[in-house]
Design a protein around this ligand. Sequence first.
Ligand SMILES: Nc1nc2c(ncn2[C@@H]2O[C@H](COP(=O)(O)OP(=O)(O)OP(=O)(O)O)[C@@H](O)[C@H]2O)c(=O)[nH]1
Ligand SMILES: [Mg+2]
Length: 354
Amino acid sequence: MLSIIIPTKNEASNIGKLFNRLNKIKKIKNSEIILVDSDSKDNTRTLAKKLSRKYKLNVRIFNTGKLDLSNSVVFGFKKARGDMICVMDADLQHPPEMIFLMLRKLEKEKADIVIASRFVKGAKIGFSAQRVVVSKIYRFLAKIFVPKSQNVRDPAAGFFVFRKKILKNAKLEPVGFKILLEILAKTEYGVDKIVEIPFSFKERKKGKSKFNFKQTCVAFKHLLKLSRTSKEHKRFLKFCIIGASGLIINEGLLWTLTEFAGLFYLLSSVIAIETSILSNFVLNDIWTFRRERKGRFLKRMFKFNIARIFALFINLGILWLLTTIGIHYLISNLVGIAMVTLFTYLSSLLWVWK
Ligand SMILES: Nc1nc2c(ncn2[C@@H]2O[C@H](COP(=O)(O)OP(=O)(O)OP(=O)(O)O)[C@@H](O)[C@H]2O)c(=O)[nH]1
Ligand SMILES: [Mg+2]
């Protein structure tokens, strides 16, 4: 059975049309609809009750009081009787006609999660320029803070179907609106068992959007919270420790080769830099990114080297730029090193050990 979970807050102006469209779907009679409403003041629940009687739909309505959107949905998960779950909004931005298309895809492709995605080929999205930028930043940070979600184009989607079994053992503690990312971070699914299908996400026509500046901040706060649970900050720390060890190797070898082997200092430096790159790579491969090792060792090593050479140019570029605008070269160099650390970390996470 499919449980369709619909979070609502003051959606009386949309609920009539939503139920009408749901009623026209044949397979809906074998599903349950769980409306999780956060204390709407506009009759949403009464109207939903009336309509479910009128259309003879299997609807269960809960008032989740002060719970926010994502926690209301989690409440819905606990009430769900189906072995498949669909989450969708009530404001008709998510076409209900797609529900069983997504379910079919889930079954046919033996997927764990099917997402109606706003960012795959064929999708259309009616976002303002400002929201496009925020969404881009959010999706980029999601890749860094929740690496498990790296292959998902729309981790902030609100319309998706999944197998309930993936929730087993997961301790969901979301805040705000982004329930999908919480699921991607904490549940047990196959990373290759996520399918995204395009859809056209239009502006809401009736009722008021509850997604505002405060909710945007909450979404970023949620990301930070997830990075703590996925222990991504520890990974970054490991990367920095290895970076520091590389610095010691670099300095030590430069000194030894120049002073004791009698090499010209620039030649010593080339050997020292490459040795530290290689030691950094090996240590990261067996410690920082142990679980992300895929494919050929040499290929990863080559990519890591390329990223480091790029990093060298970034370092020099920042050093030159900041020094020419009057900043002391030692401070410019520190800024350069910080930026390079970030760059090499991101290229490692999103490219070398993707
Ligand atoms: N239970 C519950 N539902 C909520 C809450 N806030 C919003 N919703 C519902 O969640 C769905 C998505 O909310 P919207 O305000 O449309 O947010 P959005 O779709 O991200 O933003 P827009 O694109 O501007 O519409 C709608 O069905 C809302 O009624 C809440 O605090 N509790
Ligand atoms: Mg909406």
